[in-house]
Write a protein that binds this ligand. Structure first.
Ligand code: GRF
Length: 214
């Protein structure tokens, strides 16, 4: 069966892009990264795409509308069926979000709906939560909203600073993004109202306690 073509939008480092590239290297993975677009020409993630032989380019961002038009055309020309935001740091044009509704996903470093927006890990530390995490969700127009596909929880440790917590969350991000894209590509996601139903979902079974429950 043909693999789903995924377009990835980035602005920087591209470690989540790398996780998707690595997952797609497995012959049985149901998706391939067909195109990488960055609003910044100096994004390190563009070099990751180049190293993997994936078509990639910087798309100028003179305005939200102009970026959206150029990105939309490039994505359609590449036959993309799913757009994944991976550290894409600009707000998307509402028309683009509507056009790609339920085919546009984002990853965010918190357990949404807690801590949307910038510096989610810092927000989590400031709030004093004992469990943090990350979320892959379908994108709606308001920032970091939309039906949730996959979440991972990680403990906040007593000696955590922002860097340590961010690294722990990032390791989980690199696992849930390929999982969410796989579930989408396998046609197992159904959006029902604000909720995503997953066909054949495997329940995790264990709760995460922090501090550990005696
Ligand atoms: C990640 O923490 C992601 O959740 C957030 O931006 C960061 C991007 O990191 N949206 P990278 O560019 O994928 O390394």
């Amino acid at each position: 069966m043909a693999r789903l073509k995924v377009g990835v939008l980035i602005s920087g480092r591209g470690s989540n892009l790398q996780a998707l590239i690595d997952a797609a290297a497995a012959p049985d993975y149901p998706a391939e990264i067909a195109l990488v677009l960055s609003n910044r020409a100096d994004a390190a993630g563009l070099a990751r795409a180049a190293a993997a032989g994936i078509p990639h380019r910087a798309v100028p961002h003179p305005s939200r509308e102009a970026f959206a038009a150029a990105a939309d055309a490039a994505l359609r020309d590449s036959g993309v069926g799913l757009v994944a935001l991976a550290g894409f740091m600009r707000l998307l044009d509402g028309g683009f979000v509507a056009a790609w509704r339920d085919r546009l996903v984002n990853i965010h470093p918190s357990l949404l709906p807690a801590f949307p927006g910038l510096d989610a890990q810092r927000q989590a530390l400031a709030a004093g939560v004992k469990i943090a995490g990350c979320t892959v969700h379908f994108v709606r127009e308001a920032v970091d909203t939309g039906p949730i596909i996959v979440q991972a929880a990680v403990p906040v440790r007593e000696d955590d600073d922002e860097a340590a917590l961010s690294a722990r969350i990032l390791a989980a991000e690199h696992r849930i993004y390929p999982l969410a894209v796989r579930l989408f590509a396998e046609g197992r996601l159904a959006v029902e109202g604000g909720r995503v139903r997953i066909a054949g979902a495997v329940p995790p079974g264990l709760a995460l306690f922090n501090p550990a429950a005696g």
